[in-house]
Write a protein that binds this ligand. Structure first.
Ligand SMILES: NC(=O)c1ccc[n+]([C@@H]2O[C@H](COP(=O)([O-])OP(=O)(O)OC[C@H]3O[C@@H](n4cnc5c(N)ncnc54)[C@H](O)[C@@H]3O)[C@@H](O)[C@H]2O)c1
Ligand SMILES: [Zn+2]
Ligand SMILES: [Zn+2]
Length: 507
């Protein structure tokens, strides 16, 4: 209680009201900007306050009173940007700060007492140390060699260049695609490298030409981008941006073909333009979805890849009709998000296919109604499914990355109308082999990256679905670990245990 230590700035702030419960371990976005606003009779910070908790806190919120330079941090949900607080400047706030800053009930639950905000005129300049334009030294999990445990190293992260943004990663999680490229068994090896592409963070600084993101904005990095200018970005049908589509072999930034990460001057490669296993990373602005600052980043970070991918694969690509049958191959997080999409679309039968029998119990929570384990059958799984469904399912979505499952997923759809969607990332030498007759018989084969969502245009509204309780994310999160234990998340995925493991960067 009393004093809040802001680790990024290193300056202590006194709380105004000592009765307010205060969480001491918070940190602030490193480069807030300040403007003087006459509107509320006080100077306000224009943008700042992606204040989040560390240690075991989910997240925190802050009120910033520029006149007095005080801050109140309360464990609760998420901090937002100042526009949310502007409303508070003229008001007595009953209670604390939670997801809905204006909800007295939520505030009461958070246990913060009433207090009055000061709104005197102020010209006080708040001096803040800033990392803008400077190299940041921070911790990152570096993969030095294929399949070898990651090593937490101190890395240098260069400032963002043209059309780039440097972000502070707060939470990241592991997707199977990271594991494939780390193992490099069926993919091209590129080391040393910083993996990670499913994450949530806060903008620290922006490079030349970036106008629609600002320090303090909450963002989800996405492995495939949206420049908003190319033919793909302009097409309603595609998310395969010419400039920023997924590229697993590049390892450097597009602008100058250089890495922004180094250790003692030696460059470390990026991964799919995101490299979120680092406390700070640099990302092209087109690969960042700006989201509601009130959304809890430790939950919505999984929308940055897996869950949006699975959900979109069903809703945007397979498009099952109400009452239809859907087979999902692979019941990891991506597959179960695809199942969730089928449930939302009103599918009447959702058949889950997985080699790991442990997945089946979990899958019930996602609306999977029937299970098939290919190991329990002597005939090919497509034949088993055809028998179960009087000729085949209406839709199938493959989320395994294994070529046999991809072929089965295609061959198990009904002739005449069946549609199969491939999502899994295949071995680089994999070849899809099927009789052309399967296509002539009016089956459709499709594939998708990121569930056909355009990251900047579409993901903010997927986040809103979670905020409006139309989409549940908690059930996908089966584990949590501090950053220092990131290798355990790899072990869990390799053993097929759990779905998503949230890695807390602040510890
Ligand atoms: N296309 C995209 O945009 C995109 C995005 C994210 C992930 N992916 C890919 O989606 C796949 C799933 O990712 P995840 O994070 O959910 O992985 P995961 O490891 O959590 O889940 C994969 C599941 O597939 C099962 N499986 C493996 N081989 C199988 C087979 N032959 N038949 C049936 N089940 C099988 C596994 O037992 C596991 O339960 C991966 O290939 C990943 O690379 C693609
Ligand atoms: Zn992924
Ligand atoms: Zn584009």
């Amino acid at each position: 209680m009393g004093t809040i230590g802001f680790t990024s700035f290193g300056f202590p702030l006194k709380t105004r009201n000592q009765n307010l419960p205060v969480v001491a371990s918070a940190y602030a976005s490193p480069s807030p900007e300040r403007i003087d606003s006459e509107e509320n009779g006080c100077g306000v910070l224009k943008r700042t306050t992606s204040i989040v908790s560390r240690a075991s806190l989910v997240s925190s919120s802050i009120l910033w009173f520029p006149k007095e330079g005080l801050a109140v941090v309360k464990q609760g949900l998420v901090a937002g940007r100042i526009p949310g607080y502007l409303n508070l400047m003229n008001k007595t706030v009953e209670g604390g700060l939670t997801a809905n800053l204006r909800s007295p009930a939520a505030m009461e639950m958070a246990g913060v007492r009433s207090f009055r905000t000061p709104f005197r005129k102020s010209n006080m300049k708040i001096k803040m140390s800033s990392t803008t334009n400077q190299v940041i030294r921070c911790k990152a999990a570096v993969a030095w060699e294929a399949g070898k445990p990651l090593v937490i190293e101190e890395v240098e992260v260069a400032p963002p260049q043209k059309m780039e943004v440097r972000i502070k990663i707060l939470f990241t999680s592991l997707c199977h695609t990271d594991v494939y490229f780390w193992e490099a068994k069926g993919q091209n090896p590129l080391f040393p490298r910083i993996f990670g592409h499913e994450a949530g963070g806060v903008v620290e600084s922006v490079g030349e030409g970036v106008t629609d993101l600002h320090p303090g904005d909450h963002v989800l990095p996405v492995f495939t981008g949206e420049c908003k200018e190319c033919a793909h970005c302009k097409s309603e049908e595609s998310n395969m941006c010419d400039l920023l589509r997924i590229n697993t072999d590049r390892g450097v930034m597009i602008h100058d073909q250089k890495s922004r990460f180094s250790i003692n001057g030696k460059p470390i490669f990026h991964f799919v333009g995101t490299s979120t296993f680092s406390e700070y990373t640099v990302v092209h602005v087109g690969c960042l979805a700006k989201i509601n600052p009130l959304a809890p980043l430790d939950k919505v970070c999984i929308l940055s890849c897996g869950i949006s991918t699975g959900l979109g694969a069903t809703l945007n690509v397979a498009k099952p009709k109400k009452g239809s049958s859907v087979a999902i191959f692979g019941l990891g997080a991506v597959g179960l998000a695809a199942a969730e999409g089928a449930r939302i679309a009103g599918a009447s039968r959702i058949i889950g296919v997985d080699l790991n029998a442990n997945r089946f119990e979990l899958a019930k929570k996602f609306g999977v109604t029937e299970f098939v384990n290919p190991k329990d059958h002597t005939k090919p799984v497509q034949e088993v499914i055809a028998e179960m469904t009087n000729g085949g399912v209406d839709r199938s979505v493959e989320c395994t990355g294994h070529i046999d499952a991809m072929i089965s997923a295609f061959e198990c759809v009904h002739d005449g109308w069946g549609v199969a969607v491939l999502v899994g990332v295949p071995h680089k030498d994999a070849v899809f082999k099927t009789s052309p007759l399967n296509l002539l018989n009016e089956r459709t084969l499709k594939g998708t990256f990121f569930g056909n969502y355009k990251p900047r245009s579409d993901i903010p509204s997927v986040v809103e679905k979670y905020m409006n309780k139309e989409l549940e994310l908690e059930k996908f999160i089966t584990h949590e670990l501090p950053f220092s234990e990131i290798n355990k998340a790899f072990d869990l995925m390799l053993k097929g245990e759990g779905l998503r493991c949230i890695i807390r960067m602040g510890e």
